[in-house]
Design a protein around this ligand. Sequence first.
Ligand SMILES: C[S@@+](CC[C@H](N)C(=O)[O-])C[C@H]1O[C@@H](n2cnc3c(N)ncnc32)[C@H](O)[C@@H]1O
Length: 242
Amino acid sequence: MAAPRELPEFRTTLTPGEVARIRQWHERAYQAAKEESARPRSYDYLGLRLVVPCEVQPITGVSHLLGETVLREVHAGELVLDMGTGCGVNALLAAGQGAQVVAVDVSPLAVAATRANARRNHLGRAVDTRESDVFSAVPERFDLIIFDPPFRWFQPRDLLEVATSDHNYRSLTKFFLEVGSHLTPSGRLLVFFGSSGDLGYLRWLAGSAGFREEVVARAELTRGDQLVEYLTLRLTRARPTL
Ligand SMILES: C[S@@+](CC[C@H](N)C(=O)[O-])C[C@H]1O[C@@H](n2cnc3c(N)ncnc32)[C@H](O)[C@@H]1O
């Protein structure tokens, strides 16, 4: 058996000033999210009825940049993985298009929320939910993998913050190291990310893993005193594999 490859160490592509601004902004956003997530929230979103319990990532003003792309990208009969599924939103959109979906999250609260939302939307049979740290409980290969990862790289303090911060991008780095062996030969990825994270590092990881990117949805929003760019990237293999 091949020895497991070592995770490369995260080195930021941002300037110290950009890091300080993101850290400050993250702290404000975390405190606001903590207050908001003290109670379950519910949403009518792209034809789904979703309940999001405490400490699970809510639907946000930019969720549609990924959600609408999922609706366009998924074909009936495909096998789709939703990595870091949260309340299951993108898994359910894919299932609604006729895909068979595996939805995973490291948070047991997110996995329970996804299961409940799948039943609520009569999609329980199309969505297999699992607790998994990146690919730890996922042996399969997929036609499409969807990932809306935590944007920041600070040490999370609780499960709510695990949704927005991945210490030193351990999970994101592991994802790109392993994702190639979980795709079919023509498999593709949809990855959502923003410049309130280290977008340069994400692009470096994707390029190093042999993917070429296409920006398929984009928005710019003012967050506090910052202009933040949000992108949905469609990633395909730069070179076809046999
Ligand atoms: C930004 S949220 C996205 C949630 C949902 N996909 C959405 O679009 O609303 C990131 C999700 O990734 C999950 N996550 C973080 N680290 C993970 C890991 N190592 N393995 C699997 N899921 C992880 C978090 O629990 C969280 O639900």
